[in-house]
Design a protein around this ligand. Structure first.
Ligand SMILES: N[C@@H](CCC(=O)N[C@@H](CS)C(=O)NCC(=O)O)C(=O)O
Length: 416
């Protein structure tokens, strides 16, 4: 019988931690695959139950509620009193906790600090990246010193410490630590290989494939031919050193922008906010029917097809989706004036990012609030003639259903 259910998006190493522990202890834990990140975990009902939106979250069959992956793994490790994963003495248990916490408090934050900007979860900054990599190497050296003399972190067999350690380093070894990086940490790599190849680990996470080429941050591509809009004349100052094309990591806080000229347009018959409410509160087909009945595409709004320019460089579906999210995250100035959906269609190593934006006004040029976004130049933006055929395509993209150019829509991001 299952001891409880764990909630998360798929392939989360923090969930692997709990599930591997459960496997060692012969416990059945269900994984709720109806869970939708950002949706399921933000409802009032969820917050009332778990007290937080963070995942993974665990609900025991006996009503035990736990957040924090370390606590979930600890709970499952101790559900079996003679578990081989927990210490056989107070000292051993303390050492297990020492390494669990070392990984969670030292390694994981540095690793996330390196990885998250690359995946588009946070803003990239070169200086910060260098610092977190150095920090991570410093902590890996600590592990290296310990593991040079030991097969496992504590005692002579796999414990909770090893499972927490290997799952904590999972994305590092998978996505960032290429052969060159691994050379400096032979003992850690040997230990990691041992742990991920244990049958209980493999039963949960599958065969492990080491990183060949480390993921790297790619700055949104700019087209050199595009003329920059002349900046407002400023009083002459002492000449500044010539600036090269600014990289996103060099971005500084923008000066407050003037009010948008879009505010000077006559009021739209369909307020954009009302459309956003319709989209959020109704099934998409219902919302789309409302949209086509209410939107004025002669003067109030225009619809633009958006395509990522470098689709042939896309690899993993989830990475494409993060990239799409990166554009959405950088459109804050456009929130009052635009709504859009980007979808990822296809499969790993053969996918595209495409979508549509509804934009205030009906000019032939994209609004400045969007052209201003750091990733704007990485996409083509084509104003479309919204006939019945185009409407069907827009319906599919806004619903994240169906296919685009024969590629099934797999995921998406909404800007609203
Ligand atoms: N220390 C936590 C970290 C959990 C965490 O960062 N979860 C992220 C996803 S990986 C999350 O739920 N973020 C959304 C939120 O907190 O609302 C753990 O190990 O469980």
């Amino acid at each position: 019988m299952s001891v409880g259910t764990i909630y998360s998006y798929p392939q989360n190493p923090r969930v692997f931690k709990a599930l591997v522990v459960a496997k060692y202890n012969g416990l059945e834990v269900k994984v709720d695959d109806s869970f939708e990140m950002g949706k399921t975990n933000t409802t009032a009902e969820w917050i009332a139950k778990f007290g937080a939106s963070q995942i993974p979250a665990f609900e025991g069959t006996d009503g035990t509620i736990i957040i924090e992956s370390g606590a979930i793994a600890y709970y499952l490790a101790h559900l079996k009193s003679d578990s081989t994963l927990i210490g056989r003495s107070n000292t051993e248990e303390t050492y297990i906790q020492q390494w669990v916490q070392f990984v969670d408090c030292q390694i994981v934050p540095s690793l996330s600090g390196w990885l998250y900007p690359i995946l588009g979860y946070s803003t990239y900054n070169k200086v910060f990246e260098t610092q977190v990599i150095e920090r991570l190497q410093h902590h890996l050296k600590t592990l290296e010193r310990h593991l040079t003399k030991k097969t496992y972190l504590v005692g002579e067999r796999v414990t909770l410490a090893d499972i927490a350690g290997a799952t904590g380093l999972y994305h590092g070894y998978k996505l960032l630590f290429d052969a060159e990086f691994r050379k400096s940490f032979p003992a850690v790599t040997r230990w990691f290989t041992t742990i991920v190849n244990q049958s209980n680990f493999k039963a949960v996470a599958g065969d492990f494939v080491f990183c060949e080429n480390a993921l790297k941050y790619t700055a949104p591509k700019k087209e050199s031919t595009k003329e920059k809009k002349p900046k407002e004349e400023k009083p002459k100052e002492a000449p500044k050193p010539k600036a090269k094309e600014p990289e996103p990591e060099e971005e500084v806080q923008e000066a407050p922008k003037p009010k948008s000229k879009l505010d000077l347009l006559p009021p739209a018959k369909m307020p954009l906010d009302e459309w956003k409410r319709q989209y959020s509160n109704n099934d998409t087909p219902v919302a789309m029917k409302w949209l086509w009945e209410n939107i004025d595409l002669t003067t109030d709004y225009s619809i633009w097809k958006v395509d990522y320019k470098y689709n042939d460089e896309l690899t993993k579906l989830y990475m494409s989706n993060n990239l799409a999210g990166g554009l959405m995250n950088r459109l804050e100035r456009a929130r009052k004036y635009a709504f859009g959906c980007l979808v990822v269609a296809g499969e790993d190593n053969a996918n595209i990012i495409t979508g549509y934006f509804i934009v205030r006004g009906n000019a032939e040029e994209m609004i400045e609030e969007i052209t201003d976004a750091a990733d704007y130049e990485s996409y083509t933006w084509i104003k479309v003639n919204v006939d019945e055929e185009e409407k069907k395509k827009i319906d599919q993209v806004f619903a994240w259903e169906g296919s685009v150019d024969g590629k099934p829509i797999q995921d998406g991001k909404v800007f609203k």
